[in-house]
Design a protein. Structure first.
Length: 527
């Protein structure tokens, strides 16, 4: 605390009054020296005499208030002039916070000074807390940036992992398919069938892990289209029938109420949900039957509330574990995965998918008697009830191509082998190169009707090669149809392929009918 007074005896009197251990007093008889002290030191409170020869108290306060470094100092005037209010007003207008009148009354003086000291302490505490908050805020911003980075790394990792895993599975599935069409004895055929079942199961697990990650990253899109409900329910049951037959249990489909023919639904995901529930029902039932029922619960202007329920007469789930089974990697008993296999991901995906579509998943179960898993949701009913009944051709009934040449850029040798066989079977003439650069080179010498381009290849990848074909190649070559053979599962990666200029994307591991269909369409369009 600074005391400024031209009379040393006044200073001594004030000092005597205010001397205490928690205050550090500095004093001067010169207002100019006082200004310097205020600039140099951290002074929060000043007691200033009003009448001084060199510079009066009002002027001194004006100078203090005009400088940002000294603006905050709390100034208390000490005066003998008069208690008249006009002086008080002038001092307060100049920026002082209070007046003390001489002769100083000790109790009032200490009380006032005490309250200003408390004010200063509070202000300092607020400043300190503010600085602390600012530093927390900076840390939070940094942590948020790190979390966002980590999320991106996870997504990249996911895309890469999916690519790395899908490419070899593509090879395994393709080659098992080729082997199935060769002459095999019974034992070999069994081995090949098992090979196919195992690789399909592996693909299922990879798909589940990717689905979970995509849902968690908020990247899952629900695509609603006209869907024939009863066909969907029946075809899911048909696909599962062989498993029920293998276990000697029944599998039935029931419709309750006026189930509309066509509704707006995400058929792919509804299929996935019902497949999962039916597959669990069959898996955990050894006697009796599994029933899929589609029931109308409610209807209201153009919408219908449907319940898809899968009821089994299997082992059931104990009440304590019934909430757990919807969590990732959780099973109803500790020996479930040992006895029945499985990753514990299925139901967690089903629940997330159902909720994403705006529906609910209910379960009721009695241990030893069986369970019912029911999905309830509202759907829009489609007025125009048409049906697409054209059967899909089997892989072996695919038409042969004539005079069509294909360039394949693919670095994985097993996939090269498999694709060459498949394409040659379809009557195509095939050239294979192992990277994008070699594809560009061969295109300068030889004409092709279509290109199948892998995405990730050493030296030059598929996107870069596609871009160069589209921009650098002469007329007649630059427009050649390109199908991207991609293991990409993320929408962004697919978008990158289209941005590079590909005409279509066939995802690995590819369905041969889909690949055939795409080649057929693009070659026809080009001729
Ligand atoms: P997974 O079957 O691959 O282990 P799910 O997420 O599909 O994973 O199921 C989690 C667990 O819930 C199963 O391991 C099983 O313990 C229990 N469960 C699921 N469906 C049934 C059912 N219909 N009957 C009895 N238990 C079931």
């Amino acid at each position: 605390m600074l005391i400024v007074d031209d009379k040393p005896e006044n200073i001594v009197a004030l000092e005597a009054l205010l001397q205490r251990s928690d205050i550090n007093l500095v004093t001067t008889t010169s207002p100019n020296a006082a200004l310097k002290m205020c600039w140099d030191q951290d002074i929060p409170i000043a007691l200033v005499d009003v009448q001084m020869p060199e510079m009066d108290g009002f002027e001194l306060v004006e100078i203090l208030k005009s400088n940002p470094r000294t603006r905050e100092i709390l100034v208390i005037f000490v005066t003998a002039i008069s208690t008249e209010s006009k002086y008080a007003v002038r001092g307060l207008a100049a920026g002082a916070v209070d007046y003390l009148y001489k002769p100083l009354e000790p109790t009032i003086t200490t009380a006032k000074v005490d309250s200003f000291i408390q004010l200063v302490r509070n202000q300092r505490e607020i400043k300190r807390k503010n600085a602390e908050l600012e530093s927390y805020q900076a840390e939070l911003i940094k942590a948020k940036e790190l979390a966002e980075q980590a999320k991106q790394v996870k997504e990249r990792f996911l895309a890469n992992m999916s690519h790395e895993l899908r490419t070899p599975i593509n090879g395994i599935l393709g080659i098992s398919h080729l082997l199935q069409n060769t002459h095999l004895d019974d034992e070999q055929r069994k081995c090949v069938d098992l090979l196919k079942v195992s690789s399909e199961a592996l693909l299922g697990v990879i798909n589940d892990v990717l689905d979970i990650s995509k849902i968690e990253a908020g990247k899952f899109k629900i695509v609603r289209a006209e869907t024939n409900v009863s066909n969907l329910a029946k075809s899911v049951a048909d696909l599962m029938k062989f498993r029920a037959d293998e276990k000697g249990i029944g599998l039935t489909v029931n419709f309750v109420g006026a189930v509309p023919k066509m509704i707006m639904a995400d058929a792919l995901r509804l299929n996935q949900i019902l497949m999962n529930l039916l597959s669990n029902g069959i898996k955990f039932t050894d006697e009796g039957s599994v029933d899929l029922s589609v029931k109308v619960l409610n209807t209201e202007n153009g919408r219908v509330q449907l319940e898809f329920a899968v009821t089994d007469s299997g082992i059931g789930i104990s009440q304590e574990r019934i909430d757990k089974i919807f969590e990732s990697f959780e099973q109803a008993t500790d020996d479930t995965s040992h006895k029945y296999g499985g990753t514990g991901l299925g139901l967690s995906i089903v629940k997330k998918l159902v909720e994403l579509k705006g529906g609910q998943l209910h379960v009721t179960s009695t241990e030893g008697k069986g369970s019912t898993f029911a999905v309830v949701n509202w759907f829009e009913v489609v007025g125009n009830q048409t049906e697409d009944t054209a059967p899909k051709p089997g892989v072996n009934e695919l038409t042969k191509f004539e005079n069509v040449s294909v360039l394949v850029a693919e670095d994985n040798t097993i996939n090269q082998f498999m694709i060459r066989k498949v394409l040659a079977n379809w009557g195509l003439s095939v050239d294979i190169v192992e990277n994008g650069e070699k594809a560009l080179n061969i295109l300068k010498e030889k004409a092709f009707d279509i290109i199948l381009m892998d995405t990730h290849m050493p030296v030059m990848g598929g996107f870069e090669a596609t871009r160069r074909i589209r921009t650098d190649m002469p007329e007649g070559v630059k427009d050649i149809p390109i199908i991207s053979l991609s293991a990409a599962v993320l929408e962004e990666e697919k978008q990158l392929a289209y941005d590079a200029g590909v005409n279509a994307i066939v995802t690995k591991p590819f369905d041969l009918t889909v690949l055939h269909h795409n080649i057929e369409i693009l070659v026809k369009k080009d001729r």
